[in-house]
Design a protein around this ligand. Structure first.
Ligand code: ZN
Length: 314
């Protein structure tokens, strides 16, 4: 008998996946955006459960489409639920401004739109319902008790620095948010801030956590373009993790030679990474927010390529 129910909501081109854990102390993994908690209330009612009774709001990482609804959801629980996030991503729960800073230092460096920062602020104002302190900031290694159901927290950085997996230890149900991207979701490209750590976390999930069931934050796709289901069994879970490693290796092989010779600007929307997009057969619009193409390219420039080497030996 499953304890876990997917709570799915549309958001622009994306579908957001949150999950209800029907434990004695009920939990919701990821809070969606501002309007998501009201939709969750109705979905829980149809299961014969009440959102007021939720005692744990478990955030997999600090992106807006995962924590934008946290404040509203916390309010619906009468502020009784614990709100959990990794300490490295906690600034994104505390302030919208932290997201602007992250945008400016990351993908925003490469996006050509002069209005980009203003658009980002408007998006943040709409999608994040309120700023708040987490009630519990984790580092990984913690275990919580959902009323007799043990749940452990594992740091899996790479997509963001503070990405975590929540694991129901007795059944090895594993919630990873966006840390397993396979071939990407609606934008057709996987997004991660730090390629080496993304890779190491995928290997940790495959070799140490070994999910019986895996839950992803969006309908991420296989190499053939079909989406993984809302609940991945052990075989799908393995395929999603292996597919993520495979795509990362392809991207790495395409990017590093270009970083070695130096980047050249072009007229293409993927500039200055046009040859990389061409080599990978990536034909999507890389400038559409959340722009995972540029997030990932920035990750190789910052953490892996020759400039990163200079940075670390300075
Ligand atoms: Zn994310």
């Amino acid at each position: 008998m499953s304890l876990v129910y997917p709570l799915v909501a549309p958001w622009g081109r994306f579908s957001l996946r949150s999950f209800f854990i029907d434990a004695p102390e009920p939990a919701i993994v990821d809070a969606g955006v501002t309007e998501s908690p009201e939709a969750m209330r109705a979905q829980l009612e149809s299961l014969g459960r009440r959102i007021e009774d939720v005692r744990w709001i478990l955030l997999t990482h600090g992106h807006i489409d995962h924590l934008g609804g946290a404040y509203g959801l916390w309010e619906l629980t009468g502020r009784k639920a614990e709100v959990v996030i990794h300490r490295a991503d906690a600034p994104f729960l505390r302030s919208r401004e932290a997201h602007v800073q992250e945008w400016r230092d990351g993908r925003g460096r490469w996006l050509p739109d002069p209005e980009g920062e203003a658009h980002e602020r408007a998006l943040l104002a709409a999608a994040i319902g309120g700023e708040m302190e987490p009630t519990i900031a984790v580092s990984g290694g913690e275990t919580f008790d959902l009323g007799g159901v043990p749940l452990s927290v594992h740091a899996i950085p790479g997509h963001t620095e503070g990405a975590v997996a929540y694991v129901l230890d007795e059944t090895r149900d594993v919630f990873v948010g966006d840390a397993v991207q396979a071939y990407g979701a609606a934008s057709g490209f996987p997004g991660y801030e730090d390629p080496d750590r993304y890779r190491a976390s995928l290997e940790y999930l495959r070799d140490v956590i070994r999910p019986e069931r895996l839950y992803l934050g969006h309908p991420y796709r296989r190499a053939d373009g079909t989406a993984f289901p809302e609940v991945l069994d052990a075989v799908d879970a393995r395929a999603a993790i292996e597919g993520s490693l495979e795509r990362e290796a392809q991207i790495r092989a395409a990017v590093l030679p270009h970083l070695a010779v130096g980047l050249a600007a072009s007229e293409a929307p993927s500039s200055p990474f046009e040859p990389v997009a061409a080599q990978l057969g990536y034909t999507g619009d890389p400038t559409l927010e959340p722009a995972p193409f540029f997030t990932t390219m920035n990750g190789y420039v910052t953490h892996v390529g020759p400039a990163a080497e200079q940075e670390s030996t300075r």
